[in-house]
Design a protein around this ligand. Structure first.
Ligand SMILES: NC(=O)c1ccc[n+]([C@@H]2O[C@H](COP(=O)([O-])OP(=O)(O)OC[C@H]3O[C@@H](n4cnc5c(N)ncnc54)[C@H](OP(=O)(O)O)[C@@H]3O)[C@@H](O)[C@H]2O)c1
Length: 326
């Protein structure tokens, strides 16, 4: 089969389309002919040699895909050959074919195109894990979502809205309309003003109940300052740096804060199976009815993978960059 390969770790110029072996099927796996995949920030790190796939996962990039089932192991029983599906991968989506455990698949809803379906699994399952499992966000609570126009952020805004929460987000100029259209109540241009000051003002000094953070670094201290009593924060990345200066840890104690970190790719099959099942039960009807859908920044052919990565490297995307495997 053909796949997107790397000559060496480094910049987007390292990509080329070459030959790879069609994956063999393990128990309860199916083989999917990939129609579309979508970029995730982790792909840009893997490309640079900074994020190795977990043990046993494909070395190819690609954490999600949509396509058609073309083969199945003998004990796979949920889907039929020819079914259109999308699914969560630990790697391997940047290719013509990929193997996936049938429990990690979702059926592409009637009327939804394959490009849209490919953009759902990674960011919506991450948002579900963060808001429902970890933050346990409640109706009428206020959440601050950093990088609101990112793939994960744009999914999290929609999920927070569905939960009945009040939503504050940070995003750079030019991405505010996307966040507002999804349901954000307050969009803060963090490059122009202190998001801490804006949140304190908008919350009338009360702060927020929950924060979804990808930035860490200098944000850590401000995030602690604006969490209210019994506040919760989930940290998913450290886009702004690994070290957090000037921390007043006393706040964690006296405000009874819960500071959590999480990953998705390296989780066990059992965990991911439950996550996909719970997410499907709670949210797949909203995708079927069209009430919820991923924000698509752009759709490109996989021949333009280098340009797609450059766009993400430069923080130009609002929502998902989808690649068609043609
Ligand atoms: N741990 C997990 O389970 C998990 C799962 C999925 C994703 N993630 C992480 O979640 C993050 C979002 O992923 P994605 O694929 O949705 O990303 P994405 O679409 O590429 O969006 C990332 C956005 O973050 C903002 N940003 C970048 N650097 C920043 C900085 N230093 N300070 C503040 N904002 C910054 C930029 O938006 P602005 O232009 O608005 O600044 C950028 O467009 C990534 O860091 C990814 O690795 C973690």
């Amino acid at each position: 089969m053909r796949a997107i390969l790397l000559r060496d770790f480094g910049g987007p110029e390292q990509f080329y389309i070459g030959e790879a072996v069609v994956p063999a099927l393990s128990s309860r796996e199916v083989l999917v002919k990939v129609h579309a995949t979508a970029l995730n920030r982790a792909d840009t790190l893997q490309r640079q040699g900074k994020y190795a796939p977990p043990a046993g996962a494909s070395n190819l990039l690609g954490l999600e895909m949509s396509g058609e089932i073309v083969a199945a192991s003998e004990d796979a029983a949920i889907y039929q050959l020819g079914d259109q599906v999308c699914g969560l991968l630990a790697g391997g989506g940047y290719a013509e074919y990929v193997n996936i455990h049938e429990d990690l698949l979702l059926p592409v809803p009637d009327g939804m195109d394959m490009q849209t379906a490919a953009a759902i699994p990674e960011v919506f399952l991450t948002a579900y894990q963060s808001l429902v499992y970890l933050l346990q966000l409640q109706k009428d609570e206020t959440i601050l979502i950093h990088a609101g126009a990112s793939g994960v952020g744009s999914a999290a805004i929609q999920m927070a809205r569905s939960l009945g929460a009040k939503i504050f987000v940070t995003a750079s100029a030019g991405k505010h309309e996307v966040c507002t259209a999804l349901g954000a109540d307050l969009v803060i241009d963090y490059r122009q003003e202190s998001y801490k000051t804006a949140v304190i003002k908008a919350s009338e000094q009360k702060g927020v109940h929950a924060i979804l953070d990808f930035v860490a670094g200098s944000y850590f201290s401000d995030n602690l300052d604006i969490l209210g009593m019994d506040g919760r924060m989930v940290m998913l990345a450290a886009l702004g740096g690994m070290n957090a200066p000037d921390i007043n840890v006393a706040q964690i104690v006296w405000k009874r804060l819960k500071i959590m970190g999480s990953t998705l790719r390296s989780r066990s099959l059992g965990y991911k199976t439950k996550l996909v099942k719970d997410f499907a039960k709670d949210y797949w009807p909203l995708f079927e009815s069209g009430e919820m859908r991923p924000v698509i920044d752009s759709t490109v052919s996989w021949h333009d993978v280098a340009d797609a990565h450059r766009r993400m490297d430069q923080n130009l995307n609002a929502g998902k960059i989808v690649m068609t495997i043609d």
